[in-house]
Design a protein. Structure first.
Length: 431
């Protein structure tokens, strides 16, 4: 093993950031009933409100990817953290539904760079064969945040009200900004990195490195690649289920299974805790261990994506659950399987991307993800309002997962670097 562990300090820093910004996202689902009372809104309007964050998040993904490739993780990350903390305070003081919508739109702008930046940072700090577990730290934080955030923020909201609970997450976000400002650097700019660790990070790089940085591929070129299309659709199906559960799980348990508010927060934590474990152990440690032992990297990663998404079809079982135990079992199976695939989904961004284009490809991926994030709470709101049940909600989610599995198998097909854009030279910028 190399001397120095700076890369793991960076991986933990990135994971902490995901944990903090998911507290901001969890806040809304926890405050569902309180917001309906405060603003006098319906479930359909709550569906729009839940998706408002994703509107700007999705709109920012493609330009954010380009900005990351131009200006780097450090500068873009600092600005984004400040904005998402500001958004939490804006939500806390909102006196109208319009103002609250505005705060959620700002939150989407602030948090838009998070996962593309993390994918780029992991690509800079870890060799390809060691990226699954480092990515799993961040991705598991996205599952651990609702696992602990739903009961903690729920109890905080019951005790001090929804406005102060939003303000509390704003304070935590600004504290994280201070930590990120002090800690994050790219490997070449970090004085704490030893020469041995830097050599290890670059140990799997091509033998011949060009004297100048490679030109990023054009956005239009990447969007025409079958691998990119299959990757985006498959991962988008995962994100549909993720946001369905993130925004509606406590309400589903309370409304469909008649669990009181506090216990719905507590029950909601179990599937997310299970997902945290599968994310780290399967999507992270197991995948890295198999690759390190010489298993074919492409086969291991594609198999994990397909099998994990297949287990996600457990969401279909929740459509017919009649007790809390049945519902928690099927939902845990679903999000646990999807969580096992998620670190692979994020870690392969830096493998699939042509040289110089990791940020742009990450932006494309998260754009697809956030389209799912927009539609999942919105479609759920309409289905619940029309049918007064959640059965159709889970049918739609299972159908999308089937499309995602087919996209992995027939479009993505293998985990290999996409050829560089032949229409770009080193002096050009992506169009």
């Amino acid at each position: 093993m190399p001397h120095g562990h700076r890369r793991w300090r960076i991986a933990l820093l990135l994971g902490l950031g995901v944990l903090v910004n998911y507290f901001d996202r969890v806040n809304l689902s926890v405050a569902h009933a309180a917001l309906i009372t405060t603003f006098g809104i319906s479930n359909v309007v709550f569906g729009y409100l839940s998706g408002a964050y994703n509107w700007t998040y999705a709109a920012c993904q493609l330009p954010v990817g380009v900005l990351l490739d131009r200006f780097g993780v450090k500068r873009v990350g600092r600005i984004s953290i400040f904005l998402w903390g500001l958004a939490s305070f804006a939500a806390a003081i909102s006196t109208s539904l319009t103002g609250f919508f505005g705060a959620r739109l700002l939150l989407g702008i602030g948090e838009a760079p998070t996962f593309p930046a993390n994918a780029k940072a992991v690509g800079l700090w870890f060799p390809p064969s060691r990226r699954s577990f480092s990515t799993a730290i961040s991705d598991a934080a996205a599952k651990f945040a609702p696992a602990v955030g739903m009961p903690l923020i729920g109890m905080l909201m019951i005790r001090i009200g929804w406005r102060l609970s939003f303000a509390a997450t704003g304070v935590v976000s600004l504290l994280y900004l201070v930590v990120f400002y002090l800690v994050y650097r790219d490997p070449d700019d970090d004085p704490a990195v030893t020469p041995e660790e830097l050599a290890y990070i670059r140990s799997e790089a091509p033998a011949q490195v060009p004297s100048s940085a490679p030109a990023p591929s054009r956005l239009s070129y990447l969007l025409r690649q079958p691998k990119v299309i299959g990757y985006a659709i498959g991962f988008g199906s995962y994100n549909y289920v993720f946001y369905l559960l993130l925004t509606w799980l406590p309400s589903y348990l309370a409304d469909a299974l008649h669990i009181d508010l506090l216990h719905s927060f507590l029950y909601s934590s179990f599937p997310w805790l299970f997902a945290t474990v599968t994310d780290l152990l399967i999507g992270g440690l197991l995948v890295d261990a198999l690759i390190h032992r010489g298993w074919n990297q492409s086969h291991v990663r594609l198999t994990t994506l397909v099998l994990g998404t297949t287990f996600g079809l457990g969401i279909f079982g929740a459509a017919h659950a009649h007790t809390p135990a049945q519902a928690i079992f099927w939902i845990s199976l679903s999000i646990g399987g999807l969580a096992a695939a998620a670190p692979v989904g994020w870690s392969i961004t830096s493998i699939l991307a042509p040289p110089g284009s990791t940020g742009t490809l990450g932006g494309i991926l998260n754009f697809s993800n956030q389209l799912s994030g927009v539609t999942a709470p919105l479609i759920t709101g309409y289905i619940v309002a029309i049918t007064h049940a959640y059965t159709g909600v889970f049918y739609v989610a299972a159908g999308y997962l089937l499309v995602g599995i087919a996209s992995y198998l027939f479009l993505l097909r293998s985990i290999e670097t996409i050829p560089s854009d032949p229409g770009v030279t080193s002096s050009e910028l992506p169009a």
